[in-house]
Design a binder for this molecule. Structure first.
Ligand code: MN
Length: 396
């Protein structure tokens, strides 16, 4: 029996971020679908996720398998980030699936977006997060429960575009009609527990509505990150192509599970343990280093610009590793009214203040100097708002 896929997606900026750096791809003709969660200063995260998906699609179009396609997505993001100063350090997660011969679905995966399989009302996580907390869980340093509230949750240990080479995890899954897959960014899993994800996917037959419902749940849970959800229904190719999963009769006990991802079999587990023993000191050192960076990312403020407004940001100009600066206070002060030396300083992102108050005091100085200049009407004129050149007939 041949199957085909019905893929429905939803994405949302969430309730805190001001732009959406997640992206998704659904290409029915290629049988290709993917989720990417980009990161980087300013708008670089959006560039990273879009670039990865574009390159992924191009590679699959020209006949590449999923692993090679993810590798060329890495090449494309890395190439852009090393040739464009403004995009330096950007990266993205990528979890991509394609239907191969023999009803085998292949997932290629890098980062902390996730793939899940819902089969017989039971949700199973397919992918392993490439994140610090996941490594700490595997090393026995952290429980799943502690990980849920760990401030280092969003720190990932593998992403596309960071290094010239990337290791891609590959998961072959033998799918059957009635299966439902979920691909999602951490904006969902960070906000909604797996029990509730399982319930939503089980209760809601329409994949479109299910995707929307999960996004709504993530927003209801705080929506602190961008949220992207892909619901993939496996249906009989010959049957009606209604976007409704076929409910299969309960299978007898000991039904064969879906193919296990590599690395979770006994020998894989042994190998993993060996790697971890060797890697543990490295992980601990990295953890401390990340902790320090995390502190600086979250306890320092600078004054920069957002549009033409002087704005207080938390973090460091351009971001630190994967921590983007976040807007704390977008003031009413127009950068074009600043004296030119202040304008240059603010344009580059000024200061390393220890509190919003300290940054606001600096904004007050900017405002005073701008007002003084205006009052004295000294040169260094405001850029004149471009006036529209009248193209119509002259007024009488
Ligand atoms: Mn995210």
């Amino acid at each position: 029996m041949t199957v085909h896929l019905v893929v429905r997606a939803a994405t949302d900026v969430g309730r805190v971020r001001d732009h959406n750096e997640d992206a998704f791809l659904v290409d029915d003709r290629l049988g290709l679908f993917a989720v990417a969660d980009g990161m980087g200063g300013h708008q670089a995260g959006e560039v990273a996720s879009a670039t990865a998906l574009e390159a992924l699609r191009a590679a699959v179009t020209s006949g590449a398998g999923i692993r090679d396609a993810v590798t060329s997505a890495n090449d494309a993001v890395y190439e852009k980030s090393t040739t464009d100063e403004r995009l330096r350090g950007m990266g993205t997660t990528l979890t991509a699936g394609t239907l191969a011969a023999g009803d085998t679905l292949l997932l290629g995966h890098v980062g902390d977006s996730r793939g899940y399989l819902l089969r017989d009302h039971h949700l199973e996580r397919l992918t392993t997060d490439h994140s610090l907390v996941e490594e700490l869980i595997q090393a026995g340093e952290l429980t799943e429960e502690q990980a849920e509230s760990d401030p280092r949750r969003s720190m990932i240990t593998r992403a596309l575009g960071i290094e010239p080479e990337v290791e891609v995890d590959l998961y072959p899954i033998q799918v059957v009609s009635g299966d439902r897959l979920l691909l999602c960014s951490d904006g969902l899993t960070g906000m909604v527990g797996e029990d509730r994800i399982e319930a939503a996917l089980t209760d809601e037959a329409d994949p479109n509505v299910a995707a929307r419902r999960l996004v709504d749940a993530a927003n209801a849970g705080g929506g602190i990150d961008n949220i992207t959800v892909l619901v993939v229904d496996v249906v009989d190719a010959e049957g009606p192509t209604a976007a409704v999963p076929v409910v299969t009769a309960p299978e007898p006990e000991a039904a064969p599970p879906s193919s296990r991802p590599p690395g979770s079999g006994p020998s894989g587990r042994r190998r993993l343990r060996r790697i971890l023993l060797w890697a543990l000191p490295v992980v601990v050192v990295l953890g401390v280093a990340f902790g320090i960076v995390d502190y600086y990312a979250h306890h320092t403020y600078f004054v920069g610009t957002d549009g033409n407004r002087v704005t207080v940001f938390q973090g460091r100009p351009g971001g630190l590793l994967f921590w983007n600066p976040t807007v704390q206070d977008r003031t009413s002060l127009d950068t074009r009214t600043l004296v030119s030396s202040d304008r240059a300083q603010v344009g580059a992102g000024h200061g390393q203040f220890s509190s919003v108050g300290a940054a606001s005091a600096y904004v007050r100085q900017l405002r005073a100097r701008a007002a003084q200049r205006r009052h004295l009407n000294l040169g260094n004129a405001l850029p004149v708002t471009p006036t529209t050149v009248a193209t119509g007939p002259p007024a009488p």
